[in-house]
Design a protein around this ligand. Sequence first.
Ligand SMILES: [Zn+2]
Length: 134
Amino acid sequence: MPVARFWRDIPSRYNLYGSRCGSCGKIYFPTRHICPECRRSSIGRMESYRLSGKGKVYSYSVVHEAPPQLAVLKPYVVAIVEMDEGVRVTGQLVDVDAEKIDIGMRVEAVLRKIGDEGPSGVIHYGFKFAPVPD
Ligand SMILES: [Zn+2]
């Protein structure tokens, strides 16, 4: 990914910004410009909303076959996390053995390296999820 585009994306990559409908209060991730519930009455009333980063494992799977750029990570765990705000976010689960993952386990978003661009030396960071003590 070109560097310029990456830097423009930083707020949502680093901070899990979604949207909140100024009409009904419903929270969305990723960002939406219109609330599917309120439709026209939400136009111009969607506001940026920063998720707490905390949630629980809703579902997960262990990935054994990875695309070449992720081969070094495998096997790795991809989880659907139900955030405390009610939205579901997909992300890699780190710092846990696959056998120790439970549905409903508390996790939080952590900033981790997600890739680099080789010789150019640009390292990309983004959120992943790690377990938190109850
Ligand atoms: Zn709404």
